[in-house]
Design a protein. Structure first.
Lengths: 330, 214
């Protein structure tokens, strides 16, 4: 394992310390239990947006704490869910009296820990469950689709509504709507290495890719030979469109997300290819995002996310945001 | 069952898990994400480290401390599930006035039921519930039929073993292995293996002490 690391046990602490020092104007980092809040508390009477998940997806989630987005984030160990004491400590700091909305990605560990926090919490709270990964067949008998890159779109869009004074119910409804309107699928060219494990999570031959990979290196739909980017884009979009079934001329947000080890040049190329395919299908790409926003440590690969838009979602996407990982309009 | 019994069992489990660490890690890398063994080892270590803090506490308080430690110190699904198990055991009736084996079985049975609710998993889903539920049923049968402690424990060891082996040919419908579909078949579930080892360790250690009132 080649990583900038001292001791495995200190990995998260030292990384959070650096993050806190660099962005001290935007966020505060608290330790034991670990959580991140805005440096300037939101105004009273605002719904508090709190999320959390395993570390290793930076800038998600701590990088999205700040004006117009999250109020707090609870980082677990690498790829391991955070624990209820973190959520409760975060709530205590950021609860503005208008209720708490938990944004939770659909993994059993995250669900159980947020559920326990929710049971222990006195103040009114709701949960938006995020499950945009179309690579996984959904069924009521299984854990179901994973929450992946659309998480950050939901954090941004619901964050804006909360900033504008939206109620707990309205924020939950918008979160559920954006989740339903979003579909993602990813491809990995290489595995990643969890520091505590010290070796790659899975093996891929030099000419292979994992098609439909999850953001922790979970297996996808199949293992394939690598193909031209054009063909990969087509196959990913086909799966997403089959799920979302957008109408002709429907407006979408096209989001190309890097998994950590793929250069931006390739992500822009993927965007170009994907946009041309959508243009031909008369699906209007009216908003876009390209970059490493929801990563999987050093994994080489990328995911495509499409979100169907309406006036409401567009307004909240365009509104000002100021976080470590995303900033515009201010 | 006393607090020193719990701590001693944790120490025995620690060494058994250590012996099987690479086997469990390999199982998890085949169908999971490879972190299960670290979670189990971290959890056991945290419980053992609690010894000076809990050794003189009433049973309910000690179990609650263990629950919180496991819940917050492990994280992930294992933390929530084992935290739930101990939290439920801590609620056992009049456990601060001493715990005989009948009370201990009742605590375990209620604890497994709580874990089942938390994880929303049942038998046949390729998880540790394929070990815990049959063992819990075996304890219940022992209580109902007033069986000898040693025969209940011997049965529990066998039940845990066959429950663990049954996960091999199952499709996973819960947890990370569920993403694999058919690819998960042919592999024993790592959580079933680690919990089977824990149950075997505790039951056999009580049996060795020739079925005394533990």
């Amino acid at each position: 394992m080649k990583k900038f690391i001292n001791k495995t046990d200190d990995f998260l602490k030292e990384s959070l310390q650096g993050f806190g020092a660099v962005h001290s104007e935007i966020i505060n980092v608290y330790f034991e239990p670990n959580f991140i809040t805005r440096a300037q508390p939101a105004k009273k009477g605002k719904v508090a947006l709190i999320t959390g998940g395993g570390s290793g997806h930076e800038p998600m989630h701590g990088g999205y704490v700040g004006y117009g987005m999250l109020d707090a984030a609870c980082p677990g160990f690498v790829f391991s869910a955070p624990t209820p004491d973190q959520m409760l400590a975060a709530v205590e700091k950021v609860d503005g009296g208008a209720g708490v909305l938990f944004l939770v990605t659909n993994y059993s560990g995250d669900i159980m820990n947020f559920q326990m926090a929710s049971e222990m919490l006195q103040s009114p709270n709701e949960t938006v469950l995020i499950n945009d990964d179309v690579a996984v067949e959904n069924s009521s008998f299984t854990t179901g689709r994973r929450g992946v890159a659309a998480t950050i779109l939901i954090e941004k869009i619901v964050g804006s509504l909360a900033e504008f004074g939206g109620s707990l119910e309205a924020c939950k409804a918008l979160g559920d709507k954006v989740n339903k309107n979003s579909g993602s699928m990813g491809v990995a060219f290489s595995s990643c290495t969890v520091p505590a494990a010290g070796k790659p999570t899975f093996e891929l031959a030099a000419d292979e890719m994992e098609f439909g990979v999850g953001i922790h290196g979970e297996p996808g739909r199949r293992r394939d030979k690598i193909k031209p980017a054009q063909q990969i884009s087509e196959e990913l979009l086909e799966a997403i469109l089959e799920d979302l079934k957008p109408n002709t001329n429907e407006q979408v947000l096209l989001f190309i997300n890097g998994l950590g080890g793929t250069p931006l040049a390739e992500l822009y190329l993927l965007f170009d290819n994907a946009k041309q395919i959508l243009d031909k299908k008369n699906i209007k790409v009216s908003r876009s995002l390209v970059g490493n926003y929801c990563t999987s440590l050093e994994m080489q690969g990328a995911s495509i996310t499409l979100t169907k838009l309406d006036e409401d979602i567009i307004r909240h996407w365009d509104s000002p945001v100021h976080t470590a990982g995303m900033r515009w309009g201010m | 069952m006393t607090i020193s019994f719990l701590i001693n069992q944790a120490k025995e489990i620690q060494s058994v898990i250590e012996t099987h660490a690479s086997e469990i890690e390999k199982l998890d890398q085949e169908i999971g994400d490879g972190d299960h063994i670290f979670n189990v080892q971290r959890g056991i270590k945290l419980v053992i480290e609690l010894e000076p803090i809990i050794k003189d506490l009433p049973m309910s308080k000690a179990l609650n401390q263990i629950a919180m430690k496991v819940l917050t110190g492990i994280g992930g699904s294992s933390g929530a599930l084992f935290g739930t198990l101990f939290m439920s055991m801590a609620k056992g009736e009049s456990i601060d006035e001493g715990v005989d084996y009948k009370k201990a079985f009742k605590m375990f049975i209620d604890g497994v039921e709580a874990v089942k609710q938390r994880g929303k998993a049942d038998i046949g889903e390729k998880t540790m519930m394929d070990v815990l539920i049959p063992v819990s049923n075996c304890f219940q049968r022992g209580l109902n039929e007033n069986l000898e402690l040693s025969s209940i424990l011997t049965d529990a060891v066998k039940t845990a073993e066959s429950g663990m082996r049954s996960t091999k040919d199952l499709l996973a419908t819960k947890g990370r292995a569920s993403f694999l579909g058919e690819r998960a078949k042919g592999h024993i579930d790592p959580g079933a293996r680690s919990s089977q080892l824990m149950i075997k360790t505790v039951c056999e250690s009580v049996l060795r002490e020739k079925g005394g009132e533990k």
